[in-house]
Design a protein around this ligand. Structure first.
Ligand code: ADP
Ligand code: 5GP
Length: 185
């Protein structure tokens, strides 16, 4: 295990997934840890690529087996990072990204004291709303709950190492790349 762990968090719809995709393309020594979730796949999701999609029963069985490095209930569904996924990636890559919520971020930091934590926000609440609508999130995905949770996430992210605003996508991606490259080659 030699890689650096990067935790990226932020309210739903700020653009974390979009930014992480750019990071992975631009930094070949960086890998994204694929999480497990009980939420329903949305258009563009693929099992084993964006998430490992699981039933609640399967997820709870993995919890009882101690398979998760961290897990949390986020916007009404379980999401979790499998310890085996992270162990394998840290062996192979210089940097590993966990794109997880703030509850999971704090748990990850307890296990990995050297983890670098980065919180991404949007320029305004209105912009988050527009982005969520633009993404086509529907009622089933707890749109209102996602908006309501944004402020709570901000409050519990005060101790994150870096805080970035995703206003202009390219500018934010470049700032993120600078942060990450200051820790890995
Ligand atoms: P998250 O992973 O944080 O929930 P996504 O990456 O899915 O968010 O982005 C939500 C929506 O916002 C997507 O439709 C994405 O294309 C769009 N988006 C991301 N970054 C920006 C940006 N800087 N400006 C405008 N729209 C953006
Ligand atoms: P989405 O449903 O939009 O893909 O993700 C919703 C939220 O779940 C995001 O804040 C995302 O960061 C978080 N999330 C994704 N995977 C994990 C995980 O493995 N653990 C935790 N704690 N949160 C996660």
């Amino acid at each position: 295990m030699s890689g650096v762990l990067f935790v990226i968090s932020g309210p739903s719809g700020v653009g974390k997934g979009t930014l992480v995709k750019i990071l992975i393309e631009k930094i070949p020594s960086l890998a994204l840890s694929i999480s497990a979730t009980t939420r329903k796949p949305r258009i563009g999701d693929a099992d084993g690529v964006t998430y490992f999609f699981m039933t609640k029963e399967d997820f709870e069985q993995k919890i009882s087996q101690g398979a998760f490095l961290e897990y949390a209930n986020v916007h009404g569904n379980y999401y979790g990072t499998l310890q085996s996924t992270v162990d394998d990636l840290l062996d192979e890559y210089a940097g590993v990204i966990l794109e997880i919520d703030v509850q999971g971020g704090h748990l990850a930091k307890l296990h990995y004291k050297d983890a670098v934590t980065i919180f991404i926000d949007a320029p305004s609440e209105e912009e988050i709303k527009n982005r969520l609508i633009g993404r086509g999130s529907d009622v089933e995905e707890n749109f209102e709950l996602r908006l309501a949770n944004a402020q709570k996430e901000r409050e519990s992210a005060k101790d994150y190492d870096f805080h970035l605003i995703n206003d202009d996508l390219n500018e934010c991606a470049n700032n993120l790349i600078k942060v990450i490259k200051s820790y890995i080659q």
